[in-house]
Ligand binder design. Structure first.
Ligand code: IPM
Ligand code: MG
Length: 373
């Protein structure tokens, strides 16, 4: 029996192509693993009314972790239109399968390292090294939303909160409400993960990125918990920055920062910004990590316009494989893989289109693989 059982969900579009690249390097690393492929994505929404079928969830529960490619998501109207006619009108609602995976498996930590590898022509500046910890199951992504707002809920809010006066006279059908739930436990968990990482890899600071001056209760809870946890890490400074200012500071002085921690929505925004500082989505890897399970994915999406062209940069996927190897405690393979990726970027002979070259997805993966022999 293989040592690791890894679920492989290529998904849609270029997800399939970057997954092929991932398998190339995993085979070169000779990881002692069995790979189990599963169904996920747009095709299954259209055909079955569920982009994440139950059989896939069952399969995942029998694996150690999952590698995920990419998924196509479309707005509500288009999703409804493309649904098989036999499934229309049954009240099916498209909900992002990756967000669902995060919630179903309680993958509470989204880890997104953004490192400027030397020689990457897309680096905004050299030597940037940022690591985003994004809370992954709550906040605005909890999916607790209303439109229209039920009268009963509106009445309760009106009774409990004077600010709702502003909405007197507006029909509930004309109000949409998305709830931003934070629990103390989730705030503590994500901040602790950030501090543990800073401690392990010797980052001098952890910056909590919220907006407590305006969003007093949720952002406030996160920052207050961060202050308490910081006391347990005397060698590491806690910095507090508002999300808007942080976007500005990261462009101005990216070298001032190391580990960043934020809630789900702000972390989503922050991690795209950080990714762009180190080469864009072609370099943006991530791990969705829980206590017992983890899903690793590049954050670039399915890029429908490039599907079938083997054009996109597989490095985001390969770096996600590296994160998976870390999680599987295959430290030696993880290090070899990261070194090979860094060497290929540094040498500059193989460049995908985003880097100004014309090499394909598999040529890039092949170049990394050649260094793993
Ligand atoms: C990400 C993506 C997802 C998110 C989308 C595809 C639902 O933007 O992983 O950052 O918003 O979390
Ligand atoms: Mg995102």
């Amino acid at each position: 029996m293989a040592k690791h059982r890894i679920a492989v969900l290529p998904g849609d579009g270029v997800g399939n192509e970057v997954m092929e690249a991932a398998r190339m390097v995993l085979d070169k690393l000779q990881l002692d693993a069995e790979y189990v492929y599963g169904d996920i994505g747009w095709e299954f929404w259209c055909k079955e009314g569920d982009p994440l079928p139950q059989r896939t969830l069952d399969m995942l529960r029998n694996t150690d972790c999952c590698l995920f490619g990419a998924i196509t998501s479309k707005p509500k109207e288009e999703a409804d239109k493309e649904l098989d006619s036999s499934l229309k009108g049954l009240g099916r609602v498209y909900f992002s399968p990756i967000v669902r995976l995060r919630q179903e498996f309680d993958l509470r930590t989204n880890l997104r390292p953004c490192r400027a590898y030397k020689g990457n022509p897309l680096n905004y500046k050299d030597d940037i090294d940022l690591v985003v910890f994004r809370e992954n199951t709550e906040g605005l992504y909890a999916g607790i939303e209303f439109h229209p707002v039920p009268g009963e809920l509106m009445d309760t809010l009106k009774r409990l909160h004077p600010k709702t006066k502003k909405f007197d006279g507006t029909d509930v059908g004309d109000i949409a409400l998305s709830c931003r739930f934070f629990t103390r436990q989730a705030c503590r968990n994500i901040v602790r993960d950030a501090f543990e990482y800073a401690k392990k890899f010797e980052y001098p600071t952890v910056t909590v990125v919220e907006k407590p001056n305006v969003i007093r209760e949720t952002s406030g809870l996160m920052v207050r918990e961060a202050r308490k946890i910081a006391q347990e890490y005397p060698g590491i400074d806690l910095w507090e920055t508002n999300i808007d200012a942080m976007c500005m500071w990261l462009i101005k002085n990216p070298h001032d920062y190391g580990v960043l921690v934020s809630s789900n929505m702000f972390g989503d925004i922050l991690s795209d910004l950080c990714a762009q500082l180190v080469g864009g989505l072609g370099f943006a890897c991530s791990g969705n990590i829980g206590d017992d399970y983890a899903v690793f994915e590049p954050t670039h999406g399915s890029a429908p316009k490039y599907t079938g062209q083997y054009k996109v940069n597989p490095i985001a996927m390969l770096l996600s494989v590296k994160l998976m190897l870390d999680w599987l405690e295959e430290a030696e393979s993880a290090e070899r893989l990261e070194k090979a990726i860094a060497a290929v970027i540094g040498a500059g002979r193989v460049r995908t289109y985003d880097m100004g070259g014309a090499h394909t997805t598999l040529q890039m993966a092949g170049a990394v693989g050649d260094l793993l022999e």
